[in-house]
Design a protein around this ligand. Structure first.
Ligand code: HSE
Length: 444
C-alpha cells in the first residue's frame, strides 16, 4: 500500500524528534500502521536548519501554505504552537481536506470547538495526543480505554516546568525565584516562562481533559487559573510537617450542579503515588465509577517523548484513512451530535461553588485569645477544622518575637464560605499579614 505522506509545519524540538523516531522505527511502525508513514515535506522559517535535520530526500520550504497546497500530502502536522498563525494554518489544512496532527494545547483549549466542527464538516481527523502530557497516552486512555466509565474526576501534574520548580523548592528549601533561574539555566523553563509558572499551560491541558472526560465543549475562558509564583518555601515546609506535598494540579471534577475546572497549587497527602512525582515528570490520576482510580505517569515534554504521541496519532490516521468518518473515534470522545453549545452544557462552576478543603497560614500577634477568635470565625462559617499547627514565636521572628504563624487545615467546604470567613479573619487587628490560602485535595 502507498505510504502516507506527511508534511511538518515547524521542525523544532518535537518535529526533529518525530523525524528521528519515524526513521529509526520505520519498519515496526509500518507493520503496526499497515502502511509506511513518510515525512516528505517540511516547512520552517529556518530552511538551513531544517535541511540539516531531514537531509536531501525531504522537500524543505519556508512557506507552510506550500505544504497545505501539495496534493500529495495526506497529513499536516502542526508544530508551530500558539493561537495566531497556527490557527489559520490548521483551518486551511482542514479546508484543503488534510488530516491534522497537532501538539498545540493552547489552540485546542481556546478554539477547539471551531476546529473540531470544521474537521467534522470536511470528514477529516484532527488528532492531538501530544497536546496533553506529552508522551503519556492520556487522551487515548480517557477516550477509549476508560470509555465504559462515568468519569468522576481527573487530577494531573501536567506541567513539567512547575513540577521541577516545586520539587527543587522542597528538596533544597529554596525560594521560587532562585529555582526559576535554575530551571531556565537547565533549559526546563522557557526564557519567558509565564505560561508555565502562571498555570496557563496546565489550564489549557485541563480544559481539553474536561471536554473529553465529561462531554462538554472546551471552555478555557471559564477555567480558574492560578500559578506557583506566590508560593513561599515556608508553606512547602509546613505542608511537609503536616504530611502533605504541594503540587500544581490541573483538576476537573463532576459536581452536582456542574463541572469544576481549576488549576492551582494543592496540598496532597505525601503517601499518594502522585505526590511522589518529582522533577519535570507528569502524572494524571483518573477516577472512573467502574474502574476506580488509574494513574498515568511519564515524560510530559521533550523531543522524543512528544514525538511518541505525534506518531501514535499518525498511526491512528493511517489505520483509519479509508474508514467511514462516522466510525472513527470522536475527537472529544462523545459523538459530535450529542455535544451541545457551551450555554446548554453542564456549566463550569464558578470558584465560589467549588467544594474543597484548605491549608491556611495566618501571621498573628502572639497574644491570648487570638487562636480562639480565629477558630470561632471559622466555626461560625460552618467550616470544620481538621488540624492546627502553631509555630513557636521565636522560630518565626527570632528571639523575643511577638508574632507567630498559625497553620490551619480544614475539612471540605464551599469556597464561597471560605472566602467570607477569610475576609472576617483578615480584618482582625491581631492578623498581621495577608493570609495564605492553599487548597488541599485528598484524592481518594
Ligand atoms: N511547558 C510544558 C511543560 C511543556 O513544562 O510541561 C509541554 O507542554
Amino acid at each position: 500500500m502507498k505510504p502516507i505522506q506527511v508534511g511538518l509545519l515547524g521542525i523544532g524540538t518535537v518535529g526533529s524528534g518525530t523525524f528521528a523516531v519515524l526513521q529509526r522505527n520505520q519498519q515496526e511502525i509500518a507493520r503496526r500502521a499497515g502502511r509506511g508513514i513518510e515525512i516528505t515535506m517540511v516547512a520552517d522559517l529556518d530552511t538551513e536548519r531544517a535541511r540539516a535535520i531531514v537531509g536531501d530526500q525531504v522537500q524543505v520550504v519556508n512557506d507552510a501554505r506550500a505544504v497545505i497546497a501539495n496534493p500529495e500530502i495526506d497529513v499536516v502536522v502542526e508544530l508551530i504552537g500558539g493561537y495566531g498563525i497556527a490557527k489559520a494554518l490548521v483551518l486551511e489544512a482542514i479546508a484543503a481536506g488534510k488530516h491534522v496532527v497537532t501538539a498545540n494545547k493552547a489552540l485546542l483549549a481556546v478554539h477547539g470547538t471551531e476546529i473540531f466542527q470544521a474537521a467534522h464538516d470536511q470528514g477529516v481527523i484532527v488528532a492531538f495526543e501530544a497536546a496533553v502530557a506529552g508522551g503519556i497516552p492520556i487522551i487515548k486512555a480517557l477516550r477509549e480505554g476508560l470509555t465504559a466509565n462515568r468519569i468522576q474526576w481527573v487530577a494531573g501534574i501536567i506541567n513539567g516546568t512547575t513540577n521541577f520548580i516545586l520539587s527543587e523548592m522542597r528538596d533544597k528549601g529554596l525560594d521560587f525565584d532562585v529555582v526559576l533561574k535554575e530551571a531556565q539555566r537547565l533549559g526546563y523553563a522557557e526564557a519567558d516562562p509565564t505560561f508555565d509558572i502562571e498555570g496557563v499551560d496546565a489550564a489549557h491541558k485541563a480544559t481539553i481533559i474536561s471536554a473529553i472526560a465529561f462531554g462538554i465543549p472546551v471552555q478555557f475562558d471559564k477555567a480558574h487559573v492560578e500559578g506557583i509564583t506566590k508560593l513561599a518555601a515556608a508553606d512547602i515546609r509546613y505542608a511537609e510537617q503536616l504530611g502533605y506535598r504541594i503540587k500544581l494540579l490541573g483538576i476537573t471534577k463532576r459536581a452536582d450542579k456542574g463541572v469544576e475546572l481549576r488549576v492551582h497549587p494543592s496540598l496532597i497527602p505525601a503517601k499518594r503515588l502522585i505526590a511522589n512525582v518529582e522533577g519535570a515528570m507528569n502524572a494524571v490520576l483518573v477516577q472512573g465509577d467502574a474502574v476506580g482510580a488509574t494513574l498515568y505517569y511519564g515524560k510530559g515534554a521533550g523531543s522524543e517523548p512528544t514525538a511518541s504521541a505525534v506518531i501514535a496519532d499518525l498511526v491512528d490516521i493511517a489505520r483509519l484513512l479509508d474508514a467511514d468518518p462516522a466510525h472513527r473515534v470522536p475527537p472529544l470522545a462523545f459523538q459530535s451530535h450529542t455535544l451541545v453549545a457551551a450555554s446548554d452544557a453542564l456549566p463550569i462552576l464558578p470558584m465560589a461553588e467549588v467544594v474543597t478543603s484548605y491549608y491556611l497560614r495566618i501571621r498573628v500577634a502572639d497574644e491570648a485569645g487570638v487562636l480562639a477568635q480565629i477558630t470561632s470565625l471559622i466555626a461560625g462559617a460552618n467550616i470544620s477544622i481538621d488540624a492546627v499547627l502553631q509555630r513557636e514565636a521565636d522560630e518565626i521572628g527570632g528571639e523575643g518575637s511577638t508574632q507567630t504563624d498559625l497553620i490551619i487545615l480544614t475539612h471540605e467546604t464551599r469556597e464561597g464560605d471560605m472566602d467570607a470567613a477569610l475576609a472576617q479573619i483578615q480584618a482582625l487587628p491581631s492578623v498581621l499579614a495577608p493570609i495564605t490560602r492553599i487548597r488541599k485535595e485528598e484524592l481518594n
